[in-house]
Unconditional design. Sequence first.
Length: 709
Amino acid sequence: MRLRFGLQARSLAAMAMMLGVVLLVLVVLMGRQQQMRDETETIGREGVRSLIDTYLRDHARSLAVQLAENLANPMYYRDLDAIGTVLRDNSRDDLVKWIRVYDLEGRLVHDGSVEIAGFGQPMTDPLAAEAVASPGVSVQAAPGLLTGTAPVMVGSERVGGVRVALDLDFADSYAQRNFAELRERMDALSGRHLRWLALPMALLGLVCFVVAWYVQRTLVKPIRSLADAARRIEAGDYSVERVDSRRTDEVGDLIRAFGRMSESVARHDREVRRMAYTDALTGLTNRLAFRESLDHRLMLLRGSGRQLALLFADIDDFKRVNDTLGHEAGDEALLQFANRIREAVDRYGGDDALLARFGGDEFVILIQEGDVRAAATRLAEVLVAELRRPLDIQDRQVFLGTSIGITLFPEDASSASALMKNGDIAMYQAKVAGKNGFRFYSRAMDHAVERRVHMEQELRGAWERGELSVVYQPVCRTSDGRVVGAEALLRWQHPMLGMIAPSVFIDVAEQSGLIEGIGPRVLRAACTEAMRWTHMGEGNERLFVSVNVSPRQLRKGDLPDIVAECLRETGLPASCLHLELTETAVISDELQAAAMLARLHSTGVKVWLDDFGTGFSGLSHLRRVPVDGVKIDRSFVADLQRDPDDLALTTAIIAMAHSLGITVVAEGVEKEAQYNLLAERGCDLVQGYWLSHPVSATEFAHLLARRGR
Ligand code: C2E
Ligand code: MG
Ligand code: MG
């Protein structure tokens, strides 16, 4: 852990520094005081010493003068006893070391002792000569000794002298004693001072401690807990308790502001998560969240022996809803779909089921409970049945279906991305297999997908290689049962795969743009063929040929020119050519389509609306987009007998179309009963296996020849 110089450390350091400075000042002050004391002592000692010196000199002088006065008479009479008495009287003073009386020649007369050992002898001490020589009162100093000398006078006549010696050592020891006493008192004084200083110092220390504790409690602790909370929030943990404070100061403001901020950050985070993980339209889990959850579940399941199934559901031809009814209706349809799927999943998916929208019209369901294969089958069946029920959108009934691909873990794959790819492939296969159903993934499907990629390459040049051909399905009139024309239908005989369903390769041609080359060729072939039918029809009626035109051809814009050129080259009368456009192509861009239809009409050809009823154009569109006929889709015809709704709708289409002067063709008539129902309701033309399967050009010619006879 890295040590940090934090707020608390700083405040402690500041206080320690303050205390240090105060201590330093104190030490300096005390040093100064000590110095002053020493100086005072020296000065005092010197002063006292010079005072004592002056006093001793005066004392020696006055003692010598007083002795000289007292000794005048005894000296005059040489009364040694009287001299001795005087001397002894004055020797009692502790200061006086000795007193010596001498005669005019400097010889000792008396020294206060009884025996007067050196009587009559010259004085031998070092100061003696100077003392004797001095004419008046004088003072002499020697180490440890101070002598005062005065002449003994009788009247004006000098009879001798007296010297008194004072003991300087005694005086010194006296002074020393006094100084020691003084120092003691001064020491006591400075001790008292120190004690007085220690008290404020201790107080200051206490204040520092209290301040440090206060800073810790009111500043460091709350800031630390805020920093902790901020770190946790930064790490994505929003479970931080809301910090609240009743403090009215700035820290209180900060804590409250932080609390509000962390709440709003958490709110934003929830919002962002919600947005990032849910689909905005349906509120379902989105692709991202699903993928995360799938990864997680796979991790838990791996090695556990348990299974998981993914269902990829894609709405069939959903694009048509957007194209024909607009995006709002598309959204509405998706919502209704999502609700139905949700209900089905809630009921049949088990507790662990997860439903997501992958964007567009793709929904993915994960199930995990029990026998997942059986559960997935049941759910898929329910979904297919539920989703083919008509939707109510903008007061219309819209029919859609769903194709579902199912893949299982760990059977099909063990990684999330492989499972998702498999699900997609299986779903695509369900579509190829005719939509509105479900397929379990199998390894063979991988090849099917590869085949589709190859198919595009193989479709290129297929016409030139003679693999593509046109077959014709007769169209009969209900009023008299005669063949009045035929629909040209493209076939692809693949050299390896055999016959390929138009629903499969037309889609590939449409998506790859190859249809732009193939379409005109079919048109030309059909027109050429139709020319040969002239006068072959029953009652010498001219037969028409109807050719399917893909949305892509219509969008390209050169269709009227191609049609006109084709008619000119083949010589087919324009009225014998019918073009079949899908509802989607016509309705997706009404304005452009109307202009295109006008141009096509100007060439004289007729335009039919193919697969009518599967789109959502409704009959009202027919007024704005003028067509010559509608072909009722075979899905309606198939259920005519069973489903009264379909019968009612077909009847309504026929009536409405007739009121607009439009021809009605029914396709997919497989039974006589269907034919009769349609004929009863006034359907103009019919087409279907019951009458004839699509046949080759030659067979068609035979058929005509047979019938014409
Ligand atoms: P479509 O235009 O609706 O063609 C009618 C389809 O119904 C044909 O399928 C026909 O074989 C089939 N059919 C006819 N009678 C019956 C019946 O009684 N029962 C059943 N179940 N089906 C019947 P086909 O030939 O497979 O064509 C499928 C679609 O491919 C066509 O639907 C058309 O949209 C498209 N198509 C075919 N040839 C061409 C072409 O040359 N150009 C373009 N652009 N599309 C084509
Ligand atoms: Mg058609
Ligand atoms: Mg059709």
